[in-house]
Design a protein around this ligand. Structure first.
Ligand code: URA
Length: 297
């Protein structure tokens, strides 16, 4: 059962954590849970058991089983234990330089097992460092691993067509993935791999400061939103998104909208869903005040 905190206590805890953050203290540890401590062991309103089981693996394909379809995340605004650390790129106003700092920080990354499972190179991200629109996929495939650029294979060609249909060019948007190394045999990245890699994506997002992010497929959507739900439940609306664990150095950018649509690889397998994906993109275009070229209307 979810356990909730008294709002007053919650506010007081949030203020205390902010105070520690300002002093440069970011890491907090929870005491081991004893029988007596049960009531205070889980101060955030999360059903811990559901979280543990539902977040451990991503199911293949676009739809999750109904049993796992419950949203379990704490909305970002309410996540009082979120750790906001100062990142080196935050003192840099030029986004190209800031992204370079993140790339250098990533280095020859060996933080998760993907580095020793046949990756040729890290696929960082590509596009306009000041893009209003950002696309986030799952992880590089063979073509991306070869070229070092996201979405350059068949799924990439379809993504390019989707972008064109919106009346813009690929170079105008920013494109990245949840994991930056190719999972062997194009398997779905494990939850652990997503959790290890996504902080770098969060930092890229805080630098690019898009107005809208489009999460391509379930892995991107579930990782970015820290939420477990089916594609059917996730699509068709906007979410307020703030990159977890990082803030932009721009006081005018406090997050963006996030929409979920089908992954282009899924659309290649089931082209009947293209119309649905187009509806998602039209919702995004409306939000951004974009008009589709005549041929698509
Ligand atoms: N699929 C993804 O999710 N990302 C890529 O970069 C390519 C295919």
């Amino acid at each position: 059962m979810p356990r909730t905190l008294d709002p007053e206590l919650r506010r007081a805890l949030a203020a205390r954590i902010r105070y520690y953050n300002e002093m440069g203290i970011y890491d907090f540890y929870r005491r081991p849970v004893s029988a007596h401590a049960e009531e205070v062991a889980l101060p955030i309103a999360v059903d811990e058991e559901e979280f543990a089981t539902s977040q451990n693996t991503f199911e293949p394909g676009e739809e999750m089983s109904p049993r796992k379809a419950t949203a379990v995340a704490v909305p970002v605004e309410e996540n009082i234990f979120e750790v906001i650390a100062l990142k080196p790129e935050q003192s840099v106003s030029n986004p190209v330089k800031a992204l370079k700092i993140i790339r250098e920080d990533l280095g020859d990354c060996k933080r998760c097992v993907l580095h020793k499972q046949g990756r040729k190179q890290i696929v960082f991200g590509v596009g306009n460092p000041k893009a209003e629109l950002m696309f986030v996929g799952e992880g590089p495939g063979a073509d991306e691993d070869e070229k070092g650029e996201p979405f350059v294979g068949r799924a990439g060609q379809l993504l390019n067509n989707m972008i064109k249909a919106m009346g813009i060019e690929r170079e105008q948007v920013y494109i990245a993935n949840i994991v930056k190394c190719r999972p062997p045999g194009n398997r779905t990245p494990e939850r652990e791999e997503c959790a290890t890699c996504s902080p770098f994506l969060m930092r890229q997002i805080a630098v690019v400061k898009p107005k809208v992010i489009v999460a391509l497929g379930a892995v991107a959507a579930k990782t970015l939103l820290a939420m477990n739900a089916s594609m059917m439940q996730l699509r068709g609306r906007f979410y307020d998104f703030k990159p977890a664990g990082v803030r932009s150095n721009d006081p005018n950018w406090d997050g963006c909208k996030l929409a979920v649509t089908y992954h282009p690889a899924f659309l290649l397998r089931d082209p009947r869903q293209k119309g649905e994906a187009w509806k998602d993109l039209q919702m995004v275009m409306k939000e951004l005040g974009m008009k589709a070229p005549k041929s698509n209307t």
